[in-house]
Design a protein around this ligand. Structure first.
Ligand code: ZN
Length: 131
C-alpha cells in the first residue's frame, strides 16, 4: 500500500459509510471533519490511484480500493489483538494501531496472524478478514 494517513482515513470512511447510500463529496468532508476543497483534493488523489470511483457524484471504492481496505483492516485487527493480549486496553490499542496499520506489509501481517494462532475476530468482535 502506498498511501498517506489521510488517504487511509478516507478509504475507511467511504467503506464504512457507503450504506444505505454511497457518499458524496460533502458527506466525506463532513465525516472527516475537513473543508470541501481539502476533501476534493483528497478524492482526486484517490481517483488518480484508482482506489475510488465517482459516478453521478457518488463515491465508492473500486475493487482495488476494497482490497486495500481489507489489508488495512487485517493489519489493524492483528496488531490490536497482539496489543490487547499483551495487556493494552482495547481502545488505546485501536488509536495507536490507526497510526501504523496502513504502513504494514501484508505478508508480514499474515505471518504475525499465524504466530498468534489465526484468530478471526479483533477485541471489538470485528472480523480480521474484512470485506
Ligand atoms: Zn480498532
Amino acid at each position: 500500500m502506498d498511501i498517506t494517513k489521510k488517504e487511509r482515513d478516507c478509504i475507511v470512511v467511504i467503506h464504512d459509510n457507503s450504506k444505505p447510500l454511497p457518499l458524496r463529496l460533502s458527506d466525506v468532508a463532513g465525516l472527516m471533519n475537513i473543508k470541501p476543497p481539502t476533501a476534493h483534493e483528497l478524492i482526486n488523489r484517490l481517483l488518480s490511484k484508482n482506489i475510488i470511483k465517482k459516478e453521478r457524484g457518488m463515491i465508492t471504492l473500486t475493487d482495488y480500493g476494497n482490497e486495500i481496505y481489507s489489508e488495512i483492516m487485517m493489519a489493524h485487527r492483528t496488531l490490536e489483538i497482539i496489543l490487547t493480549r499483551s495487556g493494552v486496553n482495547s481502545d488505546k490499542a485501536c488509536t495507536q494501531v490507526e497510526k501504523v496499520d496502513y504502513l504494514m506489509d501484508t505478508s508480514s501481517i499474515e505471518k504475525l496472524l499465524q504466530t498468534i494462532g489465526n484468530p478471526d475476530k479483533c477485541p471489538h468482535g470485528k472480523p480480521v478478514h474484512a470485506v
